[in-house]
Design a protein around this ligand. Sequence first.
Ligand code: E4P
Length: 217
Amino acid sequence: MKFFIDTANLDQIKEAQALGILDGVTTNPSLMAKEGITGATNILQHYKDICKLVDGDVSAEVIATDFEGMVREGEALAALNPQIVVKLPMIADGVKACKYFSDKGIKTNMTLVFSAGQALLAAKAGATYMSPFIGRLDDISTDGLGLIAEIRLIYDNYGFDTQILAASVRHTMHIMDCAKIGADVMTGPLKAIKGLLKHPLTDIGLAKFLEDYKKGN
Ligand code: E4P
């Protein structure tokens, strides 16, 4: 299972990378705005800075909502660094753009996926990644993890190569449940990733080992 961090915060990306478990980064326009990164030039520079910090894939989202605009923006993003994955919205022109980039060997991430039907279309268009937003579904009393399971079944039925990138992960249990279902990738906040570390018996056990070591030395 690949671990992506869902942020545009460079310090958090550095911290996750230093842990040695990071496979990539996902961003979106809201995450960029949260870090105060605005304007095309600054945004492009920020993607370059993120690519320098990590070894893996970095999703960079287009703003255009028409095919030509998405192609223009996506090509500019992809030219920044081979690590860039062009992130496209799950609308008709986004599917067309996904097919265009797939045919050119440029990596894609279909975003804002909320149904198995959308996931099927993303796979048919040759998406590298396809991002179902599980937290946002949970927010409206709909089973986000159930959607991951449904898509896993469909993709396995036909051997689609598109990777299920569980997005809008909100907490540590989301990560564990996605792992059990077989999501290929999860993207979430640093706090949720670090939550996997925690167990009181680890802390108690370590304190006891150190105490006993000190007694004998
Ligand atoms: C995915 O690529 C998105 O950036 C992200 O996971 C959205 O998460 P949110 O619902 O917490 O905003």
